[in-house]
Write a protein that binds this ligand. Structure first.
Ligand SMILES: [Zn+2]
Length: 240
């Protein structure tokens, strides 16, 4: 029984190492994904700005067309003013000319505002593109680093997995099954130390009689609360 417990403890250590390696690999992948999301975000912002610029430019072209129309209208009405017969006709042409001039003045003002907006959007779009380019070169560096790291971590993991396979063979099948099931259900920790009568897995007290049995190390015992396989840790008790 003592031997089985020793194997399980070693297996737990190995599995925690594997878990750490997997977490490191996942963290590296998450870092790259985050960087990619930032790049996509800058690209989307630049794209939205480009679309806004296009619609502002369109509005500006429309206004310029309207200005041109009214300029020819004014020229036309001014020509007619020379040949008017009645005062009413004269007043009407004068009003038309004035209205067109006013409308054009407003359009010119709007065109100036549009050009300022377009300029501001272009500046922002350039900023977004610069940020994206910077993030892209960081991503290239990080990808290279991550690939190297992942290769190293994978090699280490493979080595540890072999150790695990050897160790797992040494444990009785039923016990290994229980261990794996506990690990799955108990957040990766199936074997826990008991220090000063307290389970380090769930932090609950072990009944005194069970604790005494545990110290004898004659049987494989489970925590009555979290069901994890327990072992007595004398050294840790002294440290605590
Ligand atoms: Zn427990």
């Amino acid at each position: 029984m003592k031997e089985n417990l020793a194997h399980l403890k070693e297996l737990q250590t190995i599995d925690l190492q594997i878990g750490q390696l997997e977490a490191q690999m996942a963290a590296a992948a998450a870092g790259l994904a985050k960087r990619q999301a930032q790049i996509a975000d800058h690209a989307a912002k630049a794209q939205a700005l480009a679309e806004k610029i296009e619609s502002l430019e369109q509005r500006r072209r429309d206004l310029e067309g309207e200005v041109e129309n009214d300029v020819s209208r004014i020229r036309d009405r001014q020509g007619k003013l020379m040949n008017v017969q009645t005062n009413r006709e004269y007043q009407s042409l004068l009003k038309e000319t004035d209205d067109a001039k006013k409308a054009n003045k407003q359009r010119e003002e709007e065109i100036i505002q549009l050009m300022e907006q377009i300029e501001a959007c272009k500046t922002k779009a350039e900023e977004e593109n610069n940020l994206r380019t910077a993030e892209e070169s960081l991503l290239a560096e990080e990808t290279a680093q991550s690939e190297q790291q992942t290769t190293e971590l994978s090699a280490t993991k493979e080595k540890i997995m072999k150790q695990r396979a050897t160790k797992a063979k040494a444990v009785a099948a039923a016990m290994l099954k229980k261990y794996d099931m506990l690990r799955e259900r108990r957040n990766g920790i199936a074997v826990v130390e008991v220090v000063q009568g307290v389970c380090r897995g769930c932090h609950m007290n072990i009944p005194p009689q069970l604790f005494n049995e545990l110290r004898k190390e004659n049987a494989l015992l489970s925590c009555p609360t979290c069901n994890r396989i327990m072992f007595y840790q004398a050294d840790a008790e002294q440290q605590a």
